[in-house]
Design a protein around this ligand. Structure first.
Ligand SMILES: Cc1cc2nc3c(=O)[nH]c(=O)nc-3n(C[C@H](O)[C@H](O)[C@H](O)COP(=O)(O)OP(=O)(O)OC[C@H]3O[C@@H](n4cnc5c(N)ncnc54)[C@H](O)[C@@H]3O)c2cc1C
Length: 459
C-alpha cells in the first residue's frame, strides 16, 4: 500500500468538541494536512453553544481553544452543510482520504408512559436548545404559565434545566441565554420545580459543585425530604466507598435540615420516584402520577423496582431528562439499540464487524452520550492516532482544494465559512456589549446568514 497523497485530507463531520479535538490532533500530528470541518448549523462548537447552560459561561471558554484551531490555515469550516442531506458521506470520501464522524447525539430518550405527548410535556433536549437559541427550537414556546414544573431525571442536564427554571430572570440577564427565552422566563409563573430521581440519592450522578449551586440559588429554596436520605445498606456502603458521594450526601442532609427561607420559588429534590402516567386537562399536562421505587441489588447494580405505591403531583410543565440519543447518518451503519455509529472504538464498522474503509468516529455518536467536554479529547486523539496509522486509507478521486466547494456550489448549498462565522460572532458580541452580556445570539438560520453577509459587506 503506497502512502496517501499529500497533503492528507480529512473531512470531519460535526464541529462540536469531539470534531475540534480531532482537528487539533490532526494539526499537531502532521504539517501536511487539510482538515475540512462540516456542521449542519452555520455556527461551530456543537453543544458548547447549544447545550452548556448560559449561566455557566466559564465552561464555554473552551471555545477559545477551538477558535485557534479554526484560524489555522490548514482548516476550512463548512457550516450550514447537513451531511447526509446536502452531501453524502460517500461524496466526502471521494474528496478526502478519510472522514471522521463526530455528529453527537441530537435526539433524546422518551419515558414511554401514557400522557407523554400532552402539550406541556417536553424533552429537556428541546428546552435546552430553546433557551440556548438553537435555530431549530426558537419557536418552541414552552408554556411557563403554570405553577408546577417537574424535571424527570437528576443528571447534569436535569440539574441545568431545573436551575434555569428556578432562577429569577435577573440572574440570567447577564448571560448569553436567548432573548426569546429571557422574555418568556420573565413571565414565568412557576413556583415549584421538582426533580425526580428514579433511584436513591447515592446513585445520582451530579457533582458536589452542581449540588451546591442548587443550594445557593437566590430565588429558590432547596427542599429535600429527610426520609429520602435513609439509605439501604448497599447504598450506604457505596457512599462510604466514594468520597464525592459522601460529600453529596452530607450536603443533602444539611439541605434537608435547613428550614426554607421563604424565597419565591422552591426547588424540590425527590428520590426513588418514577413518573408512571401524565394526566391532562384540555390536552395540556396537569398532573403526574409518580410511583415509589425501592432498590434491588442485581449483581452489584442497584436497580429501581416499583413498589406499587403511587402519589399525584401537580405538573403543568414536564421536562424529561433521561438521556440523549444518537440519530442515524444516511449511508453509514447505525446501531439502533445503542443509538451510536458502530466501531472498533475508532474506525466505523459494518454490521458484520468489518471496517468501513477510511471512515472513523469519535465523541458522543461513537461512545454514546456521556462524558463532559474534556472526555471527548482523549477519545478524539485515539481516533486520530488510529486514522494516521491506517495502512489502508483509500486514495480519494479528487482531494483538490476546489473539489468540496465545487460540490457544494453545484448543489446550491449556502455554506458558511470561518470568515462568515467570525462576522456573525462579531455581530453577536457587539450586540452583547451594548447590553452588558457576553453576546446576544442570532437565533434564526436566515438571520445568521444575513448578519454574516451584512457584517462582511460593512468591513
Ligand atoms: C444540556 C447539556 C449540557 C452540558 N453541559 C456541560 C457542561 O456544563 N460541561 C461539560 O464539560 N460538558 C457538558 N455537556 C457535555 C458536552 O456538551 C458533550 O460532552 C460534548 O458536547 C459532546 O461533543 P460531541 O462533539 O460528540 O457532540 P456535539 O457537541 O453534539 O457536536 C456535534 C455536532 O455535529 C453537528 N451535526 C450533527 N449532525 C450533523 C450532520 N448530519 N451534518 C453535519 N453536522 C452535524 C451538530 O450540529 C453539532 O454541532 C453538556 C451536554 C448537554 C447535552
Amino acid at each position: 500500500m503506497s502512502a496517501p497523497s499529500s497533503p492528507l485530507t480529512v473531512a470531519i463531520v460535526g464541529a462540536g468538541p469531539s470534531g475540534f479535538f480531532a482537528a487539533d490532533a490532526l494539526l499537531k500530528a502532521r504539517d501536511d494536512v487539510r482538515v475540512d470541518l462540516f456542521d449542519r448549523l452555520p455556527t461551530p462548537f456543537g453543544l458548547v453553544r447549544y447545550g452548556v447552560a448560559p449561566d455557566h459561561a466559564k465552561i464555554k471558554a473552551v471555545t477559545r481553544t477551538f477558535e485557534a484551531t479554526l484560524r489555522d490555515s490548514r482548516v476550512r469550516f463548512f457550516g450550514n452543510v447537513d451531511v447526509g442531506r446536502d452531501v453524502t458521506v460517500d461524496e466526502l470520501r471521494a474528496r478526502a482520504h478519510a472522514v471522521v464522524l463526530s455528529v453527537g447525539a441530537s435526539s433524546d430518550r422518551s419515558l414511554g408512559i401514557e400522557g407523554e405527548d400532552l402539550a406541556g410535556s417536553l424533552s429537556a433536549t428541546e428546552f435546552v436548545a430553546w433557551y440556548n437559541g438553537h435555530p431549530e427550537y426558537a419557536d418552541l414556546a414552552p408554556d411557563l404559565s403554570g405553577r408546577h414544573a417537574v424535571v424527570v431525571g437528576v443528571g447534569n442536564v436535569a440539574v441545568d434545566v431545573a436551575r434555569v427554571l428556578a432562577k429569577s430572570v435577573d440572574e440570567l440577564r447577564g448571560t448569553d441565554v436567548a432573548d426569546h427565552a429571557l422574555e418568556a422566563l420573565a413571565e414565568s409563573r412557576i413556583e415549584t420545580v421538582t426533580m425526580l430521581g428514579r433511584r436513591g440519592p447515592a446513585q445520582a450522578k451530579w457533582t458536589t459543585k452542581e449540588l451546591r449551586e442548587l443550594g445557593a440559588l437566590a430565588n429558590a429554596d432547596l427542599e429535600v425530604d429527610p426520609a429520602d436520605l435513609d439509605l439501604d445498606p448497599a447504598s450506604q456502603r457505596a457512599v462510604e466507598a466514594d468520597a464525592a458521594q459522601g460529600r453529596n450526601l452530607a450536603f443533602l442532609r444539611e439541605a434537608a435540615a435547613t428550614p426554607p427561607a421563604g424565597k419565591p420559588r422552591t426547588l424540590r429534590l425527590r428520590f426513588l420516584a418514577s413518573p408512571t402516567r401524565l394526566l391532562g386537562r384540555d390536552g395540556h399536562v396537569h398532573q403526574m402520577i409518580v410511583g415509589r421505587n425501592r432498590l434491588e441489588d442485581r449483581d452489584g447494580y442497584l436497580a429501581a423496582v416499583a413498589t406499587g405505591e403511587e402519589e399525584t403531583l401537580g405538573a403543568d410543565l414536564v421536562l424529561r431528562s433521561v438521556g440523549y440519543r444518537g440519530v442515524p447518518l444516511p449511508g453509514v451503519p447505525f446501531d439502533a439499540k445503542r443509538g451510536v455509529i458502530p466501531s472498533d472504538g475508532d474506525q466505523v464498522t459494518h454490521e458484520d464487524g468489518t471496517p468501513v474503509s477510511g471512515v472513523y468516529v469519535c465523541g458522543w455518536i461513537g461512545r454514546g452520550p456521556s462524558g463532559v467536554i474534556g472526555t471527548n479529547k482523549p477519545d478524539a486523539v485515539h481516533t486520530v492516532e488510529a486514522l494516521l496509522g491506517d495502512p489502508h486509507l483509500p486514495e480519494p478521486d479528487d482531494p483538490s482544494d476546489a473539489a468540496i466547494p465545487a460540490l457544494l456550489d453545484a448543489r446550491g448549498v449556502r455554506w458558511f465559512d470561518a470568515d462568515a462565522w467570525h462576522a456573525l460572532d462579531a455581530v453577536e458580541r457587539a450586540a452583547g456589549e451594548a447590553a452588558g452580556r457576553p453576546r446576544v445570539k442570532v437565533t434564526s438560520r436566515e438571520a445568521m446568514l444575513d448578519a454574516a453577509d451584512g457584517a462582511r459587506l460593512d468591513a
